[in-house]
Design a binder for this molecule. Sequence first.
Ligand code: HEM
Length: 387
Amino acid sequence: MAMTFAVLTILSFSEVSNLAAMHDLNNKQHGSTISLLLSINIHFKSINGHRKHLLLKISPQDWRKNMVSLGIFTLISTLFLVLAAVPPTASSSKLSPNYYDHACPKALPAIKRVVEAAVNKERRMGASLLRLHFHDCFVHGCDASILLDSTSAFDSEKKAGPNKNSTRGFEVIDQIKLEVDKVCGRPVVSCADILAVAARDSVVLLGGPTWAVQLGRRDSTTARKTTANKDIPTPFMNLTDLINNFKKHGLDERDLVALSGAHTIGSAQCFTFRDRIYSETNIDPKFAGERRLTCPRTGGNSNLAALDPTHANFDVKYFNKLLKKRGLLHSDQELFNGGSTDSLVEAYSSDAKAFWADFAKSMVKMGNINPLTGKKGQVRLNCRKVN
Ligand code: HEM
């Protein structure tokens, strides 16, 4: 039938008219049956390349009537063709929160169970999992490229400056993948989606907001270490560089401030804030003194300090501390240093609801960066390796 539609559409009305006029128009058969038979016959003739023997006979009156129904028929078949021409991946190129509802309704509860166990064992793991999703999305999109180990074809992003000896939680992601594939009975859930859901579940477990995670991302078949070095922001950036970095990823100043609020949880290593506590002037001296106790001028590079004083709870203390010049990272304090983002930092510092709402919105926005959908990429069997 589709072939009939297709060939019929190629034939113009005048062609059909000429064909009909060439033949005896005596038959008094009726409307729609004739229309259908006529079209089938034309199709037959057309694909054989012969147009001499039109089998159907039709009166001029019936022909006029049939031209109307044929017109509608042709219009519908044209529409049919246009729809058929849309690539099958296009309809699936959008993420959806219900993506696994049919394929594996047990997937999301399974992810939550493993994240819960990991965070109960170590609160910081929630922060580490949230950061993994961020570092994944900022390198060519949220495609789980950060999880791939090096091969002869590419270097792992784990070796890039912002990740090396810093990003953590890879074993938890492996555990989630095993568990999810087990409950689903097959590998349907991508590692990229696991990262997005684990990030949300972590925030919730540490007392933060929840949101509907958009799903349907697929996994990359390569990693990009050079891009990771270039595209993940550093703690030494000034406000303009931070704004431009986020802009490059389709995120605005509001997203920058809201998402930096992720530093309400977790820790940072001495080498990432040493210059700030020894050389900067826009820092509370008492705070700098406290931080120097565990972060010496030389050595102790990996000594940890909390990113905010309540670093196991997702609250607004991070913003409160920025107002008091107690931001740990240079990049944190840049958000409140006399620039365009000051007012938003102030607003969030006294309005947890506003911060929560914006954080959730910005997480969805970040999670939508350049996903692989449809037939692009793959669903990895092992998050560390290409299939
Ligand atoms: C605005 C630019 C950002 C910069 C420059 C930055 C930089 C950093 C640095 C240097 C650390 C400490 C890493 C270490 O010492 O090993 C860190 C930790 C962290 N970052 Fe960011 N970050 C930024 C934005 C974000 C965003 C957007 C998120 C998530 C949405 C995020 C989530 C985290 C978390 C949760 C930690 C603690 C991780 C842990 O304790 O394991 N950061 N960040």
